[in-house]
Design a protein around this ligand. Structure first.
Ligand code: SAH
Length: 349
């Protein structure tokens, strides 16, 4: 093993922190043997706090209508081939009902920035979910809104908010988004969500176009300092109806290394093995968990719309990815020595 790298991993495990240069060195020089060592360390701290537990979230994709035109995203406004839909309140409550029966205790409402979902409408839906299933957590992932709006959603009972920052590098952000979408705004939203009291998740795509290892080192430093409660990272995967259609997809091994590093930075963080990871590799989800992830988010959307929330090509929605196939997901998780639990799965702080 490379002694210098082992020392860096030990230092990270001990201090939960490295300098930017050290993160960079770790990313550049890590080899197979050291990855194994890193993974063991990550698993050790993960099990110290979360044991062998894997938390599940029922993901309800409430709308693929979006006013934004993010260059990487399959449901961007400019994709005229996207077959648009939005779920009604009844659809969403039906998903929760089914999910509750299946053992889900967190419902995640994710969607494009669809103006139909005003504060009034969301407040009504959130209140009803919380009244019907008071032992459940509600997570939102609905993009950028005003501070006032986030406040109202929080007061209605929403517990968590996922808003990936996408990249910590302002110039890079401008290469992934049109002019009207601002890096500063995205970051401001994250700060608001934190101030209001949500459990907050940030995150980025691994291997997005123009991303360099230096930038990833910056991501790690940002995550270290921002101290999110959750962090969503998954490989970038091109979508055929976007300008990035010919770009290459992000790397599964690198994603797993980053999961392990993030676990060592924040031992108690909620870290999902994402759908994108599962899409890129047959055992992606399992690899993610073995690298330090402790959350999976199976799809609880109605079967009729599932194929329409196509953020990237071939996005998984069936098999162990669907909430209805929870038994097969459980079998896969058991096979690697972990167990799915019926639990809200809040962050330990
Ligand atoms: N509108 C919400 C939800 C976006 S979809 C929001 O703005 O937060 C959730 C995440 O999917 C995005 O934050 C992005 O990081 C990821 N995503 C989008 N397109 C992708 C692609 N082509 N490959 C991999 N991940 C993608």
């Amino acid at each position: 093993m490379n002694k210098e790298i082992v020392l860096l991993i030990d230092k990270l495990a001990k201090n939960n922190s490295l300098t930017k240069d050290e993160y960079y060195k770790l990313l550049v020089d890590i080899g197979n043997e050291e990855v194994k060592y890193l993974t063991e360390k990550a698993r050790e701290v993960r099990e110290k706090y979360y044991d062998k537990k894997v938390f599940i979230r029922g993901l309800i994709e409430i709308s693929n209508i979006c006013k934004n035109d993010c260059y990487y995203c399959g449901i961007r406004r400019g994709n005229v081939k996207c077959d648009r839909y939005r779920l009604s309140k009844e659809d969403i409550l039906e998903c929760c009902r089914e999910g509750y029966e299946l053992g889900f205790r967190t419902f995640v409402m994710q969607g494009g920035e669809d103006a139909y979902f005003s504060d009034e409408i969301l407040v009504d839906i959130i209140s009803e979910i919380k009244a019907s299933w008071p032992d459940c957590a509600v997570t939102l992932s609905l993009g950028e809104r005003s501070r006032e709006s986030y406040m109202r959603l929080y007061e209605a009972g929403a517990d968590r908010y996922l808003l990936r920052h996408e990249t910590v590098n302002k110039e890079h952000y401008a290469k992934l988004h049109p002019e009207n979408l601002k890096w500063e705004k995205r970051m401001e939203c994250l700060r608001w969500l934190r101030e209001i009291g949500f459990q907050v998740g940030c995150g980025f795509m691994v291997g997005s176009p123009y991303q360099t290892l230096e930038m990833i080192a910056d991501e790690l430093k940002f995550i270290e300092e921002f101290k999110p409660d959750m962090c969503g990272i998954g490989p970038f995967i091109p979508h055929k109806e976007t300008i990035f259609k010919d770009e290459k997809a992000g790397d599964v091994s690198l994603t797993c290394i980053l999961l392990s590093i993030i676990r060592l930075i924040h031992p108690m963080i909620l870290l999902p093995a994402t759908t994108a990871l599962g899409t890129m590799s047959e055992n992606g989800r399992e690899k993610g968990i073995l690298s330090g992830a402790n959350v999976v988010m199976p799809n609880l959307s109605p079967a009729s719309v599932r194929k329409k929330y196509m953020l990237y090509d071939n996005k998984l929605s069936d098999g162990a990815e669907s909430a209805q196939a929870k038994a097969s997901l459980e079998a896969r998780i058991n096979s690697i020595g972990y167990k799915v639990v019926v639990d809200r799965g809040d962050v330990i702080r």
